[in-house]
Write a protein that binds this ligand. Structure first.
Ligand code: HEC
Length: 295
């Protein structure tokens, strides 16, 4: 009995000192799930892909490991990869990066001194007890200087904010930084738990969760589109959308998914968005940052 008591104290100390324990456990479980699922899709059809047809799965790359998931659907679907290669020869958003570099140096560097921080966001602000995403940090900085906020200026979905993010992600990728999110306090852990709860909760007209599509559903098709896995998903933002010939932020993709779920999108600058991005980003810890993604 006494030993149980000591064990109890010991685990409490462990959890008390390191708020990352549970989140790390979740992260490792996600990696294991994805690696097992994509080891041999055709062979695992009954376990993981009960409604997929065999010819689709035959076209999947096998034995995908942790870091390769950063390529999203291109990690497993050879057809999409081929299409992507044929679509554009040159890097699609070089001009955005160039503009982003200019805007960063002129306006944002005073708030975010180093451009190598892509993998460090979201961060937890101990003073306000809030999660700060990279977009939050950029937008707050733009607002402080009374810059032009709106559709054609600084906004959460595209425009100048997306250009600055493209620059920051390119520099962070070149520095070979990895996603490295931290959970420094109990309040930060609560924000992570809240994001995780929202990610797994069924919502909207379709009564499904983000996880239904991007965990259990990863590799399956929805509306004739393959679904990408949560693991490695935040790593390649902003993304270039060939259909719109422009780049878009993570907040934009998430709000589009709210429509897919049959729900009104959540505010891009709100707590819901920040917490869910915190959870999603932590899930990709230790994986590399990637640019050159077309959607
Ligand atoms: C009904 C299925 C469905 C649900 C539910 C869903 N999504 Fe998606 N999501 C998609 C599809 C389809 C795409 C485009 C293909 C892909 O996965 O890259 C997508 C793309 C994304 C992307 C961009 C991936 C990339 O590589 O460009 C992100 C991020 C994302 N979803 C997050 C979420 C979040 C967060 C939720 C819950 C709030 C959610 N999704 C709910 C279907 C869904």
């Amino acid at each position: 009995m006494r030993y149980f008591f000591y064990l109890f104290i010991f685990t409490n100390l462990l959890y008390g000192f390191d708020f990352n324990t549970q989140a790390n456990y979740d992260r490792l479980a996600l990696i294991k799930y994805m690696e097992t699922k994509f080891k041999d899709p055709l062979n695992n059809i009954y376990q993981f892909f009960p409604y997929s047809n065999q010819s689709q799965l035959k076209n999947f790359t096998k034995n995908i490991t942790k870091d390769q998931f950063i390529h999203g659907i291109y990690a497993f679907d050879k057809e999409s990869q081929k299409e992507k290669n044929n679509q554009l020869v040159s890097f699609p958003f070089a001009p955005n990066i160039q503009n982003g570099q200019y805007l960063y140096k002129r306006y944002i560097q005073q708030c975010i001194p180093y451009p190598t921080v892509f993998g460090d966001y979201p961060k937890f602000n101990k003073k306000t007890n809030q999660i700060i995403t990279l977009s939050n940090a950029i937008m707050q900085c733009a607002k402080k200087q009374h810059l032009d906020i709106g559709d054609n200026g600084w906004n959460y979905y595209s425009g100048k904010t997306a250009d600055v993010e493209a620059y920051i992600s390119s520099i962070s990728a070149k520095a070979k930084n990895k996603i490295d999110i931290k959970i420094p306090t109990k309040e930060a852990f609560n924000a992570y738990q809240n994001g995780k709860k929202e990610y797994y909760s069924k919502r909207g007209l379709l009564n499904i969760s983000c996880a239904s599509c991007h965990i259990q559903g990863a590799g399956k098709k929805f509306n004739n589109q393959f679904l990408s896995p949560l693991l490695g998903q935040i790593n390649h933002f902003p993304v270039y959308k060939t259909s719109k010939q422009d780049i878009f932020t993570l907040e934009y993709s998430i709000s589009q998914c709210s429509y897919k779920q049959g729900e009104t999108p959540h505010k891009p600058d709100g707590k819901w968005m920040a917490n869910i991005i915190y959870f999603m980003s932590y899930s990709s810890n230790t994986t590399p940052i990637l640019q050159d993604t077309r959607r």
